[in-house]
Design a binder for this molecule. Structure first.
Ligand code: SAM
Ligand code: SF4
Length: 438
């Protein structure tokens, strides 16, 4: 009988080429230096434009090679010391070695490239805030190596978990709870029963969610409830195989915007950067200028992050969201904030929508889809025919695709803004205002 060949795992990047000297000419959107050697492009992790470096080639491809920095011969004037001691190993951030203003201009250049067919005359506006201490939510991974617990994030060069002592992009309070959690887990058996841990900070305070892979004893649960009390932290447990933590109405959480309070389940989507979220909502109001003549549709509305502030100024608002529990939370949020001119509807916007949505007299639409964009809904959007569309996007390439379609169907781009929601990382968020041509 023939022996079965063991399945090969994807090889880890290896040091396969010689160490070579490169003159770095450009920067990719993921913050890799771009250099050319005998005409072939090499992407160099850790190198910056204008630098002369040596780098180890780790992957040789048909069209380009990949390399990691080994030594900087001539540094860039824009190179800075990373704020985080884990920057070179942790995959969470990619831009900490580049001065902030250059991070922003690199993101702006990249975004302008993505939207080059759409923004020819309009200046790219910028919305930004603090560059560290901004993350109010984080998922912490757990592993065990040689009997030792490893608590942290996925690495830059591999999927392995990198042990983290302090993560400077987390809010101050999350940094404190992370430290306490790490200490407590290192002297307790719970870590062997955890899939991951979620940290969250909102107006109510800090909370920790344990995602379990096996049931915990009541004694162990009590130990952790005591820890949480001491740390002034709310604790949530997600049972093994359960899709969500079991959270009763009284254990729902909330966060505040300047004029509304929003309740949500601790595993629901909320914007990760609280102060940028406030700025983004304010900018949306400023650009859309809702008035008592406006009937506004808020698509992909979540728990009402944009819908409620819009409803405070518009004649009425209709929010649409696929998650029924979020729609329920959004309705409750309208009630709690004393707004009776906003309604919410559960619908999957990638599928054909009910006629009742298309027959409304809508003057303006705000949409904030996930990374995949909103292409399936665009024909319906054209039928609704709002005067203005405000597109909030976390993926510039799907935004470019969708906006090009809208422009082909009679809209023009009025304003575009880069929103730096995730400083130090390569993520780019965008707001675009489109106006129906007369
Ligand atoms: C980027 S979040 C924005 C949420 C909200 N606008 C906010 O600022 O908090 C995208 C939202 O779209 C919802 N969503 C994802 N796929 C959807 C679909 N196919 N149809 C409707 N909503 C969807 C998600 O549940 C999520 O709440
Ligand atoms: S995600 Fe946190 S730990 Fe990782 S590099 Fe960024 S600041 Fe450091």
């Amino acid at each position: 009988m023939r022996k079965r060949t063991p399945q090969r795992r994807a090889p880890k990047p290896q040091s396969i080429g010689p160490i070579q000297t490169f003159n770095v000419e450009g920067l990719t959107h993921e913050a890799k230096g771009v250099a050319r050697l005998q005409g072939k492009v090499t992407f160099i992790e850790g190198a910056l434009p204008g630098e002369t470096v040596t780098a180890q080639v780790t992957k040789i491809g048909r069209r380009f090679d990949e390399a990691v920095l080994t030594h900087i011969i001539e540094p860039s004037g824009h190179r800075v010391e990373p704020d985080c001691q884990h920057f070179h190993a942790c995959g969470g951030c990619s831009f900490q070695h580049l001065a902030r203003e250059k991070q922003l201009s690199a993101k702006a250049d990249w975004l302008q490239g993505q939207l080059r067919h759409l923004i020819t005359t309009q200046p790219l506006e910028l919305l930004s805030d603090a560059s560290i201490g901004y993350r109010r939510r984080a998922r912490i991974a757990i592993d065990h190596k040689n009997g030792q617990m490893v608590l942290g994030f996925r690495g830059k060069a591999s999927n392995d978990i990198v042990a983290i002592d302090r993560c400077v992009v987390l809010t101050d309070k999350l940094q404190v709870i992370f430290h306490s959690l790490k200490q407590a887990l290192s002297v307790n058996t719970l870590s062997t029963q955890l899939g991951h841990v979620e940290l969250l900070e909102d107006t109510q305070g800090v909370s920790v969610l344990f995602r379990l892979i096996s049931p915990v004893s009541t004694e162990l649960e009590a130990v952790w409830e005591d820890w949480a009390k001491k740390e002034n932290t709310a604790l949530y447990w997600q049972a093994p195989k359960a899709s969500r933590a079991d959270v009763t109405t009284d254990k729902m959480r909330y966060y505040d915007l300047s004029s509304v309070r929003l309740k949500y389940h601790p595993q629901d989507f909320i914007q990760v950067n609280a102060s940028m979220n406030q700025k983004m909502v304010s900018q949306a109001l400023d650009w859309l200028k809702p008035s008592k003549q406006d009937v506004i549709m808020d698509l992909f509305c979540g728990v009402g992050n944009f819908s409620l502030p819009l409803a405070q100024q518009a004649q009425s608002v209709i929010g649409v969201e696929v998650q029924e529990n979020m729609v329920e939370a959004a309705k409750e949020n309208a009630r709690l904030n004393g707004l009776d001119n906003v309604s919410f509807l559960a619908a999957d916007l990638t599928k054909p929508v009910k006629n009742e949505l298309l027959t409304q007299q809508i003057t303006k639409v705000l949409l904030d889809p996930p990374r995949a964009g909103a292409f399936e809904f665009l024909d319906s959007l054209i039928k609704i025919g709002p005067m203005q569309i405000l597109y909030v996007s976390c993926n510039a390439s799907t935004l470019a695709r969708d906006a090009e379609y809208l422009v082909a169907k009679g809209y023009r781009v009025l304003r575009v803004s880069l929103m730096d929601m995730f400083p130090q990382t390569s993520h780019v968020e965008t707001m675009m205002l489109l106006q129906k041509k007369k």
